[in-house]
Design a protein around this ligand. Sequence first.
Ligand SMILES: C[S@@+](CC[C@H](N)C(=O)[O-])C[C@H]1O[C@@H](n2cnc3c(N)ncnc32)[C@H](O)[C@@H]1O
Length: 388
Amino acid sequence: MTPKSLDLAKAGKHSGESRPSWRNQLDKRIDAWMTAPGFYRWAISNPITRWITRRRASQLFNLMAGFVHSQVLLSCVRLSLLEKLREGPQTLHQLAQACEISAPALQRLLHAAVSLRLLELRGPNLYGLGALGAPVAADVGLRLMIEHNAVLFDDMRDTVALLRDEIQPHMQAYWPYMNGDKPPTWETDKVARYSELMSTSQRFVIEELLASYDFSRHRCVMDVGGGQGGWITALAQQHTDLQLMLFDLPPVAALANARFQANGLGGRASALGGSFISDPLPKGADLVTLVRVAHDHPDATVKALLKSIYQALPAGGMLLLAEPMAEASGAHSMGDAYFHFYLLAMGSGRLRTPQELKSLISEAGFSRVVDVANPMPLHTRLLLAQKN
Ligand SMILES: C[S@@+](CC[C@H](N)C(=O)[O-])C[C@H]1O[C@@H](n2cnc3c(N)ncnc32)[C@H](O)[C@@H]1O
C-alpha cells in the first residue's frame, strides 16, 4: 500500500455505500437546488435563510484565506510579537522598532492579527495580547509547532502533486526514522530536533493522560516510542511510587536517560534503546503507554508492534494508547483535514478511526478495548485495552 491510499472506504463512512436510495435522490435535488443560478439571491433575500447564508459565506471566505491567516500567525511567532506583548501592551512605533520593520508595513500585520484575535487593541495604536495570542505567548511547544508547520506548508505548495506522489516532501527528511529503523548512523542533529519538538509539544497530551486515567493502579509503566521522556518524567513526578521504563530508538533513548538523570529520576526511570520493528520489547511493566506513535506507521507495523506489546505484558496487563484519531467529535477538521495531510507528507502511517485502532488492538490478542473519555479530544483520544 502506498502512503497515498488511506483506505478510507474501509471505514465505511466515506464510501456512501450504505445510504438508502431515497437519501441519494434527496441529496441530488438539494445539490441541484443549492447550485442553481438564483439560489444565492433567494437565500440572501429571505430573512430566515439570510443568517445561514452569511455564516456560510464567512466560513467559505475563511477557508480560502486560511493560508494567509496561518502566515499571519507564523509571522507573529517569527517576530516574537506575542512574547513581547506578554510583558505589556506596546505602541505601533515601539513594535516597529523592535521588529525592524517600517511602521506602515507592520501595521498591516497588526491589523490582521487583531482581526484574528491574536492581538487586541488596548487604545489608539496600542496593542496587547488577544484571546488566541495568549496561549501561543505562554507555550513554547505551540510556537515550535507553528514554526514546524512551515515544513508541511512547503510540501503542500502543490498539493495535487503531493497527492500524485510527484514530489519528494521535506517532511520525510525531517523524521529520520522514516528512512529505516536501523541506519548505519543516526543523524543526531535531526534526532535531537524532532525529539525536542515532540517533547515541548507533548504538554497538552500529558494533561489529558493525567486527567483521564488512574495510574496509581499500576506498579510499572513503560512508554513505547517515548521520545526524550517528557511523559515519563511528568508521570514519575505525579506518582512517586511508580517504576518507569521507556523504549525508543537508541539515540532518543540516550536523550531520555539524560533527562531522567537531570530530574533525579535515575533510580526509578530507565530508557532502553532499540527498534520496536526489529527488537523485542523489554518485560516488567504492567501498563504500556503508546503516545502519538501508531499513526506514524502502516498497519503491518502497528499490528506487529501491538503483538510485541501484548507479549511484553503480564496477564492482566494494560495498554493505554493516546493519539489524534479520525472522525473525533469536536475535532473533525483537526484530524480529518490536518493530520491526513501531515502523515501523507511524512510518507508513512495514517490517521485511524477509534474503531480501526480497536480492531488492530483486538487482533493483537487484547480482550477488552474501551474508549477512555478525556476533556480535550482535539489534543488526543485515548483507548484502553487489557491482556487476559
Ligand atoms: C511522533 S514521536 C512521539 C514521541 C512521544 N511519544 C510524544 O508523544 O511526544 C514517535 C516516537 O517514536 C519513536 N520511534 C519511531 N520508530 C521507532 C522504532 N522503530 N522503534 C522505537 N521507537 C521508534 C521515535 O523516535 C519518536 O520518539
